[in-house]
Structures are given as C-alpha cells and as structure tokens.
Design a protein around this ligand. Structure first.
Ligand SMILES: [Zn+2]
Length: 281
C-alpha cells in the first residue's frame, strides 16, 4: 500500500495533462493505462483541459475545451472525501490513501468555435485509468479523421474503417491485420526493386526514400520493423494494441504524402496553363 502526502498537490501537473489528453483523444474505450497514486493530486489541481476532436457542426477538426471551476472541483471533492486517512506514527504525518478506491469522472468539452458538446467518462480503478464512454463514439470520431483518404484508397477504405472499429473494441489482432493489408498495398505500389524481397525489407527501402517515420518516432522504428516481419499468425493481442497507433500513423503519413503530391501536381498544371495563356496574348 502506497501513501502520499498532500504536498504533492502543488507539483507540476503536465504529466497527468498529457496522459489525459492522450486517453481522451487517441485511446479506445476500455484500454487500461497505468495511473500512479500521486497523480490524483495532480488531477484535482487541473483547472482546464483542451483536446482535439472532429466537430460535426464545424465539419472539421477543432479544439474542444473543458474548464473545471465548478463540476470538476465537485467531483474532485468527492474523490478526496472518499479517501482513507492513514496516520503514520513513525513520521507523525497524516497521509491520504487512494488504494482500493474507484472513481468515475465525467467531462463535457465544448468546441472552441461553435460550443458543440462532446462527452467523456473515465474510470480510475486498481491503479489504472481507462475511458469507459464517449459521445460521439470513438469510431465515428476516428472515421471522420480518415474520410479524406476515401478516394485515394477506394478499394481499401472499408478496411481502414473496419480496422478502426476493431481497435475501438479492443480487438487488436483484427485491427492490426486490416491495417497491415493497407500498408502492404501502399509499400508494394511504391517499391520498384526486387519483388522477391520480404515485406519488411521492402518497407525499409521505401521508408529510407520517403522518411515515413518521423524523428520523434524513431525509438519505435526497430519494433515496427520487427512486428512487420512477422507472419499474421505470430501477432499477440498486446503487440498489436501497442503498435496499432504507430502503424496507423505511418499509413496516414504515406497517404498524406500522396495527397500533397496530387495537390502540387494540380497547382503546377494550373500555373503552366496560366503562363501559356499569358504567352498567347
Ligand atoms: Zn464546432
């Protein structure tokens, strides 16, 4: 059993802020993330939080804000009174203990532009924090995000949405296999070398030419190569859940590069047409 003094309430809450934003923005429901007891104090000192989400009214990604001047403080107070006070005779200090307690927190975030609300519920229990609900749903939010790729990968688009849906329900292997099929298609269509190479070798070659994995994700590079070299039957549920978002990021990056290329070609074509028109005058 671990006890923490309330002195920790003043410490920097950036760590818990980052954890909460990642949980609300990116993590699927029921995926557990470790929650340290000390973070309760950081959590209750939070005044506001901003996350990015797709706004159905603005029809675009937007910043959603929640301020905790009223509601959050009330919830936090409930958390505090629900704790057990423990007196440590050795140090003559009174400690508050969160062990064995569970808390549900509900958040209402408003779109910064149009004030449309998004709702989230979080459960903190057994040393873990997890999202237990959100409206609009995780899948609908994520699918809005990838709509821009629909024309680009028309044949594979349903697999991308199925992949997101499977991930939202904690079916890591299924989600990962759908995603890998799309990645294979993208790599194969770019790879011009020896067709007999293994998939992970082809991926490395394409990655080296286009730098698909940015610097900040380089610590995960070797893990990505290693998991991509495996056969479908070798994946574990945990590996797939762990690497899903990284591989999804790589897939989206490849598609973004393609969209940018098409956009540049369109602009170049328009510029040439304008120059030719001018020269004919
Ligand atoms: Zn909006």
């Amino acid at each position: 059993m671990v006890h923490y003094t309330s002195e920790l309430a003043d410490s920097n809450n950036q760590e818990v802020c980052t954890l909460l934003c990642d949980l609300l923005e990116n993590q699927p429901p029921y995926k557990k993330t470790r929650f340290e007891n000390a973070w309760y104090y950081k959590l209750i000192s939070l005044k506001e939080l901003s996350i990015r989400s797709f706004c159905e009214s603005c029809d675009a990604e937007s910043v959603f804000c929640a301020t905790f001047s009223g509601t959050f403080k009330e919830i936090a107070t409930e958390c505090m009174t629900a704790t057990t006070n423990v007196f440590d005779s050795a140090s003559s200090k009174k400690y508050e203990c969160f062990d064995g307690k569970s808390f549900i927190l509900t958040f209402t975030f408003l779109c910064a532009k149009c004030k449309r609300p998004h709702y989230y519920s979080i459960l903190i229990t057994d040393g873990n924090i997890l999202k237990i609900g959100q409206y609009p749903s995780y899948t609908s939010n994520e699918v809005q995000d990838v709509r821009k790729y629909k024309n680009l990968i028309s044949k594979y688009y349903p697999e991308l949405t199925k992949s997101i849906n499977a991930y939202s329900q904690g079916m890591g292997v299924g989600a990962f296999v759908y995603l890998r099929r799309i990645l294979e298609h993208l790599v194969e269509s770019r790879f011009t070398g020896d067709k007999s190479w293994k998939f992970d070798e082809k991926f490395k070659a394409v990655e080296a030419a286009e730098q698909l994995i940015p610097e900040e994700l380089s610590p995960a590079k070797l893990r990505i190569y290693s998991i991509l070299s495996k056969g479908v039957h070798e994946y574990t549920e945990e590996e797939c859940m762990e690497l899903y978002l990284v591989v999804k990021f790589v897939v989206e990056r490849m598609l973004d590069i393609e969209i940018e290329k098409q956009e540049n070609q369109r602009k170049a074509k328009a510029a040439i047409a304008a120059i030719n028109k001018k020269l004919q005058q």
